[in-house]
Ligand binder design. Sequence first.
Ligand SMILES: Nc1ncnc2c1ncn2[C@@H]1O[C@H](COP(=O)(O)OP(=O)(O)OP(=O)(O)O)[C@@H](O)[C@H]1O
Ligand SMILES: [Mg+2]
Length: 251
Amino acid sequence: MSEQQELKIENLHVRVEDQEILKGIDLTVEPGKVHAIMGPNGGGKSTLAYTLMGHPGYEVTEGRILLDGTDITEMAPDERAKAGLFLAFQYPHSIPGVTMANFLRTAVNATRPEPVSPRDFRKTMREQMALLKMKDEFAGRYVNEGFSGGEKKRAEILQMAMLQPKYAVLDETDSGLDIDALRIVADGVNALLGPEMGVLVITHYQRLLNYIKPDYVHVLVGGRIVANGGPELALELERSGYEKFEPPSAA
Ligand SMILES: Nc1ncnc2c1ncn2[C@@H]1O[C@H](COP(=O)(O)OP(=O)(O)OP(=O)(O)O)[C@@H](O)[C@H]1O
Ligand SMILES: [Mg+2]
């Protein structure tokens, strides 16, 4: 019972194709808290998200990731999902031939010991879709196939709502959303927030954070966290940009 309830990233170094991208990240996400990671293009935000989820192209060369005390650094992505981790992608893939309903049911069943009854599943799915203002027909459409940018993001949040992860990583969930869709997606996330779930929101812009209120803000530049603060840090970045955090150029 002594295990820590937290997603803990310790001194994480990650290499992609012979290049060190993350250079020692320390970050702890507690259940019930929202952490935002902000930073300029190419800073390593998506690299962190993919590494957390166990993408094979991202090699951890130093450090580790602990989920409620269990070292998941070497775990396969499906085992991480089972352990309660979820990633909403910056660029969701389409899966031709697989309907949303089938995809979601398979994903839900993969994370629980007993399969959910088809009836309960449909009921929950319809409720969650209504919450996200998704038309029923989406259940029968192939995953992300021909979805607009905003529809893809909603599909990601629907997946999160169905899986009820303990820790969710949302990578640029705001990109491609118009202002109404942004609010719907944020409402969807907020509806899931509670003492049970910890969230890591990755975003360039402060705008999303008007809707999903972070408890903590971290700035990721050049593979390192260069500043930590509260919501006021996001506002400051909106005004001043990332320039003062950029490493001095080699030139
Ligand atoms: N598969 C890859 N192959 C080569 N380089 C990569 C790969 N993935 C990431 N990188 C490099 O790692 C650096 C960080 O990329 P990453 O996608 O993590 O940045 P980001 O902070 O998410 O940027 P953005 O805000 O544009 O989404 C970039 O220089 C990128 O080119
Ligand atoms: Mg990115």
